[in-house]
Write a protein that binds this ligand. Structure first.
Ligand code: COA
Length: 325
């Protein structure tokens, strides 16, 4: 058997933060943000809203589309770097909201690559029969950890959640190849140092803004392009596919220039490349499952289509998955 995505869903907060709104908060401009990133607006959760709510809504949609009962789910993996709370995992909190009472649930902390990490972990468990149905989620409220005095990061990130139900199908369909990698030596290129056991939440660390995301954008950019292209080539090769076989490429939505550079490096035609960065910015682990669901909803993905997904994020972490829909 292979593992395939049987249903998808996504959910966003209603609040919208436009480039014009950001112009009033930091010294920036719509022109700078649009030309350097492609972003025009992003969703922002309201006070009182939390990650698992959006994840649960996305999951309910995915479960409905897959035509299964929540009690048939054996495994729930929630990729997030913005959990509801430290304990229990956001996956357990989602499980309770769904009533998926027979599942094992846990979080994956792999930043923007988290959803592809989730697919890569669930895939062999389904193939060997240990798990029948897995729910893989990417869910983030990144705006909670954004420093709105730092113009180099605050324009990039947005909130949202995407989910997918994976289940067994006959060979030749579903996930054809999946690879994940990480390199912890790059910790300080993209990180949030506060709030853990090393520098817990104290008046001093909060005043210093240690809990906010910090990033060396230029460095991240270069390694992201190189790594996403390289791992995508590896996955295509393993699946016995050529670039021309790709019907749809869904890269992690970090920056339109990263998407363009990776697509060029892989020689994927622009018409086959998904992008919603203008409307949603970077939603980290949520961006790929949201993109996939938007493609399903709009009819852009059809039976037998070959889909390539690739991601890169803090850690560094990166990954790629090739599948036949
Ligand atoms: N508005 C206006 N000016 C800004 C700005 C903003 N929001 N943010 C930075 N600048 C300024 C900088 O201060 C700098 O000014 P200087 O030349 O006077 O020092 C100038 O713009 C260029 O900054 P630089 O960081 O070199 O810009 P860039 O072209 O690399 O774009 C990013 C910055 C963050 C958009 C880009 O590097 C990027 O997207 N990196 C990847 C980040 C990412 O996706 N991370 C998540 C990984 S999943």
């Amino acid at each position: 058997m292979n593992a395939a995505i049987l249903g998808t869903g996504h959910s966003y907060p209603e609040g919208i933060l436009t480039n014009a709104d950001l112009e009033k908060i930091v010294e920036t401009s719509d022109e700078w943000i649009t030309s350097r990133t492609g972003i025009k607006q992003r969703r922002k959760a309201a006070p009182g809203e939390y990650t698992s709510q959006f994840a649960a809504r996305a999951s309910q949609e995915a479960i409905k589309r897959a035509g299964i009962d929540p009690n048939e789910i054996d495994l729930i993996l929630c990729a997030t770097v913005t959990p509801d709370q430290i304990l229990p995992s956001t996956a357990c909190l989602i499980q309770a909201q769904l009533g998926a009472n027979k599942a094992a649930a846990m979080d994956i902390v792999a930043a923007c690559s988290g959803f592809l990490y989730g697919l890569s972990i669930a895939n062999p468990m389904i193939r060997c029969g240990q798990v029948k149905y897995a729910l893989v989620i990417g869910a983030e409220l990144l705006t909670r950890y954004v420093d709105y005095t730092d113009r180099s990061t605050c324009v990039l990130f947005g909130d949202g959640a995407g989910a997918a139900i994976l289940g067994p199908v006959e060979e030749g369909r579903g996930i054809l190849a999946a690879r994940i990698r990480s390199d912890g030596r790059y910790e300080e290129q993209l990180y949030a140092p506060g709030g853990g056991t090393k520098a817990g939440f104290t008046a001093e660390t909060i005043a210093r803004g240690d809990h906010f995301f910090k990033m060396k954008g230029n460095e991240v950019f270069k390694v992201a392009v190189r790594s996403m292209a390289e791992i995508s080539r590896g996955v295509l090769c393993e699946a016995g596919l050529k670039t021309e076989d790709i019907d749809l490429f869904i890269p992690h939505q970090a920056n339109q220039r990263i998407t363009d550079a990776v697509s060029n490096a892989l020689n994927v035609d622009e018409s086959k490349v998904f992008s919603n960065i203008a409307q949603h910015g970077n939603t980290s682990s949520a961006s790929i499952p949201i993109g996939l669901d938007e493609c399903v909803e709009s009819g852009r993905v059809k039976k037998d289509d070959v889909i390539l997904m690739a991601s890169f994020g803090g850690g560094f972490t990166w990954g790629a998955v090739a599948m036949r829909w």
